[in-house]
Design a protein around this ligand. Structure first.
Ligand SMILES: [Zn+2]
Length: 440
């Protein structure tokens, strides 16, 4: 798809700008702080972002695209309107800051991401960004600032490698800048377009303790909340992931002349192994998941007994210890099955993503805040990665999930109601207020 010029994008977003300009500005006294979260304004801003980069195939607000730039420009305007001082850091993160009453305290951080996957939707990332903005604007307008400085962030390039948040954690290497991103740019070019610095990316890293804490609201991307009719999910953590290459070795031989009793069929071993993985994982207490996602038999001919099979094994859980214990068990089961079938099995890890548990104080605070507002809630793990996972190495983190209709995401069909995002924004606001009192 050809990239529209910046001017074309701005022309396209002009009607949206007019639509939200008519929303009354916000300077009255509220009965409660929660009244400062304005559902109509939230809706109009979600809509304004949705118009940016909209195509019949879905949203194209990929990192560093003209649409990304236009969305960031709109977000900057709203932050400034709410009284925040806005900057872009070396890693391309767009950050608005409101001073607190105690300048010696580290800031509280909230936010998400405005970028989308190619042909994506308008809720993944955007719901959290606009909800954070709304909660922060309510605090700014209340006339009762927090003790801590408050920062609202739109993380750069969440969808294609969490570049912005990982850079803050010191996890982005200069070599990554040469990787391609959508739209014919390198990551470094995309970063330069949003005002970051590819040459100085490693300097974006922050010391642990730089932030007092981070709160992110995000769409669930699974159907649990929507199916069970629960308003919000209080995330217990982001699951860890380990992936392994598994190779089963047997002996390739003639499929017509080799009697069944003397075969060393690698695919039979692989088949029994993947069923064992499925059944064993289900039999354990807990919410761990394990998947054999790809399988390839060699030589892969209808008239040859498979002599070797390559398969992938992936294990996810909130506790790395559970992943390790399952992996040990899978190795035992695999060796046992392989031996019975006169074959061999080997395992090699090729991918690791550490679990990022949410902070217990943040979990309790989110729950108590939801209860105080009459918002129904349930604790749950996050099976997908988020910016909060990177920030968890710098500061305690908490996450709120809002319901995803049918559990769909990374698709133009993703949907979360404004009412649900508004409830989530109120819980976010109340939690920020409570954490501001509880944290140093
Ligand atoms: Zn996201």
């Amino acid at each position: 798809m050809p990239h529209p010029t910046r001017r074309e994008f701005l022309a396209r977003t002009a009607p949206a700008a007019a639509a939200f300009a008519s929303v009354p500005r916000f300077a009255r006294a509220f009965r409660t702080l929660q009244d400062g979260v304005d559902g109509e304004r939230l809706a109009s801003r979600m809509e304004a972002i949705a118009r940016i980069g909209a195509t019949p195939e879905g949203a194209f607000r990929t990192a560093g695209s003209d649409a990304d730039l236009a969305a960031r420009e709109a977000f900057t305007g709203w932050l400034e309107e709410a009284g925040f001082a806005v900057r872009t850091d070396l890693a391309g993160n767009l950050i608005g800051r409101l001073p607190g009453t105690d300048s010696s305290l580290p800031p509280l951080l909230t936010g998400s991401h405005l970028d989308s996957v190619p042909a994506g939707g308008n809720f993944d990332g955007v719901a959290g960004s606009i909800a954070s903005l709304e909660a922060a604007a309510a605090i700014a307008a209340s006339g009762a600032p927090l003790r801590h400085p408050l920062e609202v962030v739109d993380f750069f390039n969440e969808e294609n490698g969490k570049t912005g948040s990982r850079a803050l954690a010191g996890e982005v290497t200069p070599e990554e800048m040469d990787l391609p991103v959508y739209g014919g740019l390198t990551l470094g070019q995309a970063l330069a377009r949003v005002g970051g610095s590819p040459e100085r990316i490693t300097e974006a890293a922050l010391e642990p303790g730089h932030y007092a804490g981070f709160l992110e609201l995000h769409v669930e991307q699974s159907p649990t909340l929507a199916t069970e009719g629960i308003d919000i999910g209080v995330v217990e953590g982001i699951v860890g992931i380990r992936r392994f290459r598994v190779r089963v070795s047997g002996f390739a031989n003639h499929a017509g002349t080799t009697a069944m009793g003397i075969r060393r069929d690698a695919l039979v071993t692989a088949g029994r192994f993947l069923v064992a993985v499925h059944e064993e994982t289900q039999a354990w207490p807990g919410r761990q998941v394990a998947t054999v996602g790809r399988i390839e038999a060699h030589p892969g001919a209808p008239n040859v007994i498979p002599g070797a099979v390559d398969l992938t094994l992936e294990i996810r859980d909130l506790r790395m210890e559970t992943i390790e214990a399952l992996y040990q068990r899978f190795q035992e089961l695999g060796r046992e099955i392989a031996r019975r079938n006169q074959t061999d099995i080997t395992f090699e890890q090729y991918y690791l993503s550490r679990a990022a548990p949410c902070d217990p104080l943040f979990i309790d605070t989110l729950e108590a805040a939801a209860e105080s507002l009459g918002v129904s809630n349930v604790r749950m793990p996050s099976g997908a990665g988020h910016d909060a996972q990177s920030i968890a190495v710098l500061a305690p983190v908490g996450m709120i999930f809002v319901p995803s209709r049918d559990g769909i995401s990374h698709s133009p069909r993703e949907f979360t109601s404004v009412a649900d995002i508004t409830s989530g924004a109120r819980v976010l606001l109340e939690s920020l207020r409570r954490l501001d009192g509880a944290l140093d």
